[in-house]
Every structure is written in C-alpha cells, then in structure tokens.
Design a protein. Structure first.
Length: 205
C-alpha cells in the first residue's frame, strides 16, 4: 500500500523531492550504497501530533504495537464528493467502533504523478473527524496527498486527529486490492523525535 520512493515522485507543494545518490558502487568500492536525502513526510508516510502541534507527541514515543491492527476501508472512489461527512460514514458505523484504523479510498491514487493528484480530492469534514476521534481509533489513512483539502492552510482535520494523538497516513496506494476489513501494518522508520516518517504499509487480507 506504499508508493516506491523515487527522485521523480510527487511531493507536497513547497517541499523538495527525495534525492537517492549512488555514493558507492561494487566496481569502485567493493559494495553498493546510496545516500538518501528526503523530507520526513515523503511518499506514503505517517504524521505524528508533533507535525502540527507544539509539544505534540512524536512517533518514536508510540509502542510498536500501535502501528498494527484491524482496519476498515471506506470506499468513496465511485462517488463525486468534495467532503466526506457523517452521512457518508453512515454505512460503516456498525464496524467503525471495532477497528483500529479507518482507511479512506478516494480514488486519487490513480492520479499519482499527474497534476490532478493535488486537487479536488474529498476529505473528512471536521464533524466527521470529531466523530472518528470519539471512537478512539488509532489512525486514519487516505490515498490522497493530504487528509485536509488542498488550500485549507489552517489544517483543521490534521489538528483534530493529531490533537487526539490519532496518527495520519497519507499517499496510500493499491486500495482497490484490499478487502473492506483487513489487518494493517504501517510501521514508520524509527527516527528519533519523528514528526513524521515514511511507512511500509501492508494489508493482510
């Protein structure tokens, strides 16, 4: 469920793409090694509360068990939506209290590498986000560039979720290949004081 990290991959506007430099080769050094340089929110990644909140919790303070659990896929890819409101979550309300992660399929992964990826994807309303938080869910993921609508620079959905120490996973992919309910593993790189980190997200169905 994670995009491969490449130098030409899409990144959030204003940040730089990752650099993967071949620092050593088998021919020249007897071993191959790359020098990696990238933002902590590159590619398929997880946001920690400290990403948006002063003195917010960092990823390395969560137990590793937090990054594995039952997930529910809410599929909105066939609908024309600008926002995902409580009414859109209604079909999933029976299952939401029983899972650890809510994963939103917007269908925007199909636009990966295109300008369309950065605009017009549906996002949770603040009311829907508050409802999700009230359930004690560990995290919310999306196959879009952000959990907030682009252009909403107050980041209300980020702040609502992260304020409850609910982690956020962005830029997921291959959600068309997972069941409605599945086991999710989304382990971030073990970076000290991480405000975010790339994840290898995997669905076990």
């Amino acid at each position: 469920m994670s995009h491969a990290i490449k130098p030409d991959m899409p990144v959030f506007p204003g940040t730089k793409p990752p650099q993967l430099v071949l620092a050593n080769t088998v021919a020249n050094s007897g071993f191959a090694e790359k020098l990696l340089s990238m933002y902590s929110h590159t590619g398929t990644h997880m946001d920690a509360p400290s990403h948006m909140l002063d003195k917010g919790r960092t990823l390395d303070t969560y137990p590793v068990s937090y990054f594995y659990g039952k997930a529910l896929l809410a599929d909105f890819s066939s609908e024309t939506l600008t926002h995902i409101d409580l009414q859109h979550l209604e079909p999933y309300k029976l299952y939401l209290p029983k899972v650890d992660y809510l994963i939103l399929r917007t269908g925007w992964a199909a636009y990966w590498g295109q300008s369309a990826y950065f605009a017009n994807f549906p996002a949770l309303t603040l009311e829907a986000a508050r409802y999700v938080v009230s359930l004690g869910i560990k995290g919310v993921g999306t196959d879009a560039i952000s959990i907030d609508r682009m252009g909403d620079m107050d980041f209300p959905i980020h702040k609502c979720l992260l304020g409850a120490e609910t982690v956020i996973i962005e830029n997921l992919t291959n959600l068309d290949k997972v069941n409605t309910q599945f086991q999710l593993a989304c382990f971030p790189l073990p970076i000290a004081e991480a405000d975010g980190a790339p994840v290898r997200a995997v669905a076990f169905t």
